[in-house]
Design a protein around this ligand. Sequence first.
Ligand SMILES: [Zn+2]
Ligand SMILES: [Zn+2]
Length: 133
Amino acid sequence: MGLTIPEDMDDLFYFSRRAMGEGKAMAWVYRPECLECHKAKMGKPVNEKTGKAKIRAKEYVCPECQHTVPKEEFEETCQMEIAYTCPHCKKEGEAITLYKLKSFEGVKAYVFECEHCGKKLGITKKMKAPKKK
Ligand SMILES: [Zn+2]
Ligand SMILES: [Zn+2]
């Protein structure tokens, strides 16, 4: 397939390195371009006062035409690219899956298949860090 390992984190809105049993995975999602004007990449709305992206915003917006898409709807149409080492066959591979959580062995995960052995693999959602007291 030949995925391009991202260099500039500004082009991404998801990036994760995760252990998968005896294997591992690196996954990322590029910001897609606006489907309305195709002039800019979709991103989180920016706070006009601080100039910083509103991380907790419930929607994505195009900085050119202000086209807005609800977060859930938007993310589920994005493609996640994955470079991994399979915990089953120990081979390195690449995969593309939807940026959408599915049930996988009882937990929510981004699910894809090993291109070598065909086994299903899951990148689980990040565990919440325990609260500091
Ligand atoms: Zn646009
Ligand atoms: Zn495999």
